[in-house]
Design a protein around this ligand. Structure first.
Ligand code: SAM
Ligand code: SF4
Length: 333
């Protein structure tokens, strides 16, 4: 599948739930504490069907996200079924990590069960290593659980573990070095993410916005000049830099300040309520759930997906259009 701008669409990000055991200020505003009704959420069977049709159209990578994917019941068997789709090369999970260490009935940790199912990469969110800051940012005193989850993931045998930290002025500055050291000591790939206007609530203000360039300068004050490493790429829009003297790469995801951010976009998103979105930073979404439940066959689902790809915008409109009505928790980051 190619869009109008020659992007080859090979990456599908699937949100399996809008629910979460944390309450990050930038993701889930306090006033939004209502979940979708169960019947409004795609069943696992429906998601697997869309995934398989997507793969038949050229999707090669799927990342499962939420909300917090690990709060949905029977998530491990779902991953097992997803990883078994022929032609799908890479399945990953985005998680806050707090449930990764939880044991299953058979004694394995959740992380181990996911790795055994064939999940190759785990992206774990970790904005801070300070317990109080963590509790204030996420609304939950779960830093210890998140750290235990990261250890469980390291022990589980994932191919790659990435740590994602959202940048917030007043919170992140003092955390840049501790997070870099933490990631380095454990051989994890750390990325810093600019705050995006995807929520409601008053955290998404200019005053809370810390641009990637400034975070880089602060890291340079600690470590010396960072060297840009354009040849190193993961699946997404991160730009990577090397920390001098220790060979550590640190990524920066500058959705707001990086003008080339959309150039290599290869993604489609499926929200947990069955909307297909061609771009995180645009209001466009198309109701695939309705299509599925009216009885569409696989060919019609394929045509629907292709129609959405044809409508993928050239770039997101976050910069022109600060739209607080969108909520990351409902879209799936
Ligand atoms: N619960 C999982 C987690 O926290 O990783 C998966 C879902 S979460 C919505 C996915 C990612 O989106 C997280 O790394 C989170 O920090 C990020 N995120 C949420 N709201 C954001 C915002 N307003 N701007 C930038 N990143 C955001
Ligand atoms: Fe939950 Fe992840 Fe959103 Fe935080 S960022 S509220 S952990 S879904």
């Amino acid at each position: 599948m190619e869009d109008r701008f020659g992007h080859r669409i090979s990456y599908l990000r699937i949100s399996v739930t809008d629910r979460c055991n944390e309450r990050c200020r930038y993701c889930m505003p306090v006033e939004l504490q209502e979940w979708l009704p169960r019947e409004g959420v795609l069943s696992y069977e429906e998601i697997l069907r869309v995934a398989a049709v997507g793969v038949s159209l050229g999707v090669r990578r799927i990342r499962v996200t939420g909300g917090e994917p690990l709060v949905r019941r029977d998530i491990v068997p779902f991953f097992e079924a997803l990883c078994a789709i022929p032609g799908l090369e890479d399945v990953g999970i985005s998680t806050n990590g707090t449930l990764l260490a939880n044991p299953l009935a058979d004694g394995r940790s959740t992380a181990r069960a996911l790795a055994d199912a064939g999940v190759r990469t785990a992206n774990v969110s970790l904005d801070t290593l300070d317990r109080e800051t963590y509790a204030a940012a996420t609304g939950r005193d779960y830093l210890d659980r998140a750290l235990a989850g990261i250890e469980a993931a390291r022990a589980a045998g994932f191919e790659k573990i990435k740590l994602n930290a959202v940048l917030m002025r007043g919170q992140s500055e003092a955390q840049l070095r501790p997070l870099a050291d933490f990631a380095h000591e454990r051989g994890l790939l750390l990325r810093f993410i600019e705050l995006m206007p995807v929520s409601t609530g008053d955290v998404l203000t200019e005053a809370n916005f810390l641009p990637c360039a400034e975070a880089r300068r602060l890291l340079e004050a600690e470590f010396g000049p960072l060297e840009r490493r354009p040849e190193f790429r993961t699946n997404g829009p991160a730009s990577y830099f090397e920390v001098p003297g220790r060979g550590q790469l640190v990524g920066f995801i500058g959705a707001m300040s990086d003008l080339h951010f959309c150039e290599s976009c290869n993604k489609l998103r499926l929200t947990c309520d069955g909307k297909l979105r061609p771009c995180l930073g645009s209001h466009l979404e198309f109701d695939l759930l309705q299509e599925i439940r009216r009885g569409a066959d696989d060919r019609e689902i394929a045509e629907f997906i292709q129609m959405v790809v044809d409508r993928k915008p050239k770039e997101h409109d976050f910069r022109d259009n600060y739209q607080p009505g969108r909520k990351m928790i409902a879209i799936g980051g």
